[in-house]
Ligand binder design. Structure first.
Ligand code: ADP
Length: 269
């Protein structure tokens, strides 16, 4: 059996997906990116191999994507995260239906419009301001003494989300501390942060247009409160894949498989 790997080296997390010849996920792994991109990606891959029982030689093509994609020199190829995300969104049960992808990452967010054939038509990106990214969620969790995984559940308890007025995470941090000091509830603050991020990403999306079906991925799509706020602001439902943090890595692995087939390698199933 031959395997194809996609590695999404994001600003916050390294995500690895290994596909078999039938495009099934054979192994996956996520690890913090840290500051040593090459070493941490190498270590994450070694860990995935050790846990899955695969050998490095079983992986016949390895494609990187994401913020640090050029820094991992063991790769056969690197592709942009827009291309990889589009390929990944076209892979699951929503294949063919997705026209808009909303991706919120650790330090950026983007909206990708696909044409009817699943190709990238247009995209818009925010990589300048942390207020519309996972960084804002991490800062909120830290200030409230929580893990980021807990935010979604607490959002559900909020009677009325508070409005977070600050347009910058530095000021938003002071605003959250001040809201707490004035006796406002933690759950209402969390919901307010989710709505604040959702409004930003919807503004970004409106610049290029929003078409159904809308697909939401990236780590923050694991947060049910973030999903609910985005659906409210979009006034439509979104498709969240089973493994939203891995979509882009999966897309890179699919592109690795296509590259192999494109160069004439035979698939041995
Ligand atoms: P990047 O590709 O830019 O590194 P990711 O798509 O991996 O970003 O998303 C990272 C963000 O996802 C973190 O900043 C955090 O806010 C959020 N996140 C990660 N895991 C979870 C989780 N289990 N529940 C909720 N949010 C999460």
């Amino acid at each position: 059996m031959r395997y194809y790997a996609g590695i999404d080296i994001g600003s916050t997390a390294i995500k690895i997906v290994v596909l078999d010849e039938e495009e099934r996920i054979a192994a996956r792994h996520a690890a913090p990116t840290g500051s040593h991109f090459h070493r941490n990606t190498h270590d994450a891959l070694q860990l995935l191999l050790a846990r899955s029982g695969l050998r490095r030689g079983d992986i016949v093509y390895l494609t990187t994507t994401g913020y640090g994609r050029k820094l991992f020199t063991e790769a056969d190829e690197s592709v942009s995260e827009i291309t990889a995300n589009a390929a990944g969104a076209g892979a699951g049960r929503a294949a063919g239906a997705v026209r808009t992808i909303i991706n919120i990452g650790g330090q950026d967010s983007k909206v990708i419009l696909l044409d009817g054939g699943g190709h990238v038509g247009n995209f818009a990106m925010n990589d300048k301001c942390a207020a519309g990214t996972g960084r804002f969620l991490e800062m909120t969790a830290r200030n409230l003494g929580l893990d980021v995984e807990e935010l979604g559940g607490l959002h559900r308890n909020a009677a009325t989300p508070l409005t977070i007025n600050s347009t910058c995470t530095v000021f938003a941090e002071s605003e959250i501390i001040s809201l707490l000091a004035h006796g406002h509830g933690r759950d209402e603050i969390i919901a307010g942060v989710h709505y604040s991020i959702a409004r930003r990403i919807v503004r970004l999306a409106k610049r290029i247009g929003i078409e159904d079906a809308v697909f939401f991925d990236g780590g923050p799509a694991l947060n049910a409160g973030m999903v609910a706020a985005l659906e409210d602001e979009l006034m439509r439902t979104v498709i969240v894949p089973e493994l939203p943090q891995f979509t882009t890595a999966q897309g890179a692995a699919l592109l690795a498989r296509s590259a192999c087939i494109g160069r004439g390698d035979q698939v041995s199933v």
